[in-house]
Design a protein around this ligand. Structure first.
Ligand code: HEC
Length: 145
């Protein structure tokens, strides 16, 4: 019985490892398509930006907590525009992607710009967005003393 369980466990683990490798590759391919369609026009092919503007390759958000990357894409970002002496903020729009598309493009961005393996699922993205929105609501609703 124990041997049977062990071999079942072995087969399941082997399948899971094989699947994650293939899954990771197709996630990267899908993420690249989303990147080309929605991100390239501002951040360029490789994240170095267009005309030196919106270069995000060095950003900590690509290396740190995946929640920061997911919420940046889902809810947008602001930054100083170096092309303008006034320092007027340039903004990145919020992208209302489906959770799976967001997971794919975030994984692709982290791999392409920071050489980082980030395996994100649609469920991860949903949980991150919900936590972020709940926190924002809590702040709005908590009266200031
Ligand atoms: C309309 C132009 C535009 C598009 C399209 C766009 N971005 Fe941005 N993005 C910006 C600007 C502007 C910033 C802020 C730049 C700065 O801080 O210098 C930014 C910042 C970022 C950052 C860094 C945030 C930080 O906190 O440092 C990441 C990561 C990012 N974008 C990813 C993406 C991804 C992924 C997509 C595609 C889904 C995308 N962007 C599409 C304009 C854009």
């Amino acid at each position: 019985m124990k041997a049977l369980l062990t071999s079942i466990l072995f087969v399941v683990t082997a399948c899971a490892l094989w699947a994650t490798d293939a899954d990771r590759r197709s996630q990267q391919q899908r993420g690249q398509q989303v990147y080309i369609s929605y991100c390239r026009r501002c951040h360029g092919e490789d994240g170095r930006g267009i005309d030196g503007y919106r270069n995000i390759r060095d950003r900590g958000v690509l290396r740190g907590d995946s929640a920061a990357l997911v919420t940046t894409i889902a809810f947008g970002a602001t930054g100083i525009d170096p092309a303008k002496p006034s320092g007027i903020r340039a903004t990145m729009p919020a992208f209302p992607f489906r959770d799976q598309d967001l997971a794919d493009v975030a994984s692709y961005a982290a791999a392409m710009m920071a050489g980082r393996t980030l395996v994100l699922t649609a469920a991860d993205v949903r949980a991150i967005k919900e936590a972020y929105q709940n926190e924002a609501l809590r702040r709005i609703r908590t009266p200031k003393k």
